[in-house]
Design a protein around this ligand. Structure first.
Ligand SMILES: [Zn+2]
Ligand SMILES: [Zn+2]
Ligand SMILES: [Zn+2]
Length: 139
């Protein structure tokens, strides 16, 4: 028997058929506050991943539930994902035409349960680390 069409849900520790995967993810999103709170990083015990990492940008997007509740279990992939957002992010944009931007338009944190206002790239990383348990560097 193969699970190729099924998805594995890490927090539930079970396989979910691909047809009910969207609904399954939707349920987790509805319970986000109870299940995860603000924490998006990896939850680990004895070296085993017991909670997948989530992405605050995707969580706060209006994409399908399976994209919003994308479970990351591989650190390098997660970091790459976050860095790609970083690039798309307003703060990640390189100053154009040699103009150095010293002031940034404050943005509110993309996480759906968080309303923190972020006003610089440094603050954004610090906030993600301290409030959402996300590390951008090699751990
Ligand atoms: Zn689940
Ligand atoms: Zn994302
Ligand atoms: Zn936040």
């Amino acid at each position: 028997m193969t699970h190729s069409n099924n998805k594995f849900c890490v927090p539930c520790r079970c396989w979910v058929s691909s047809t009910s995967w969207e609904d399954h993810c939707k349920k987790h999103l509805e319970l986000l506050k109870e299940e995860r709170g603000n924490f998006c990083g990896f939850g680990r015990r004895l070296g085993l991943t017991i909670a997948p990492a989530l992405c605050p940008f995707c969580l706060g997007s209006n994409k399908p539930p399976s994209v919003r509740y994308k479970q990351s279990v591989i650190r390098s992939e997660y970091r790459y994902h976050m860095l790609r957002h970083d690039k798309d992010n307003l703060f990640g944009k390189k100053p154009e035409l040699g103009v150095v931007l010293e002031f940034y338009e404050p943005q509110s944190c993309p996480h759906p349960l968080c309303s923190h206002s972020i006003s610089s790239p440094e603050e954004y990383r610090t906030h993600f680390r301290e409030s959402h348990g996300i590390c951008f560097r090699n751990a």
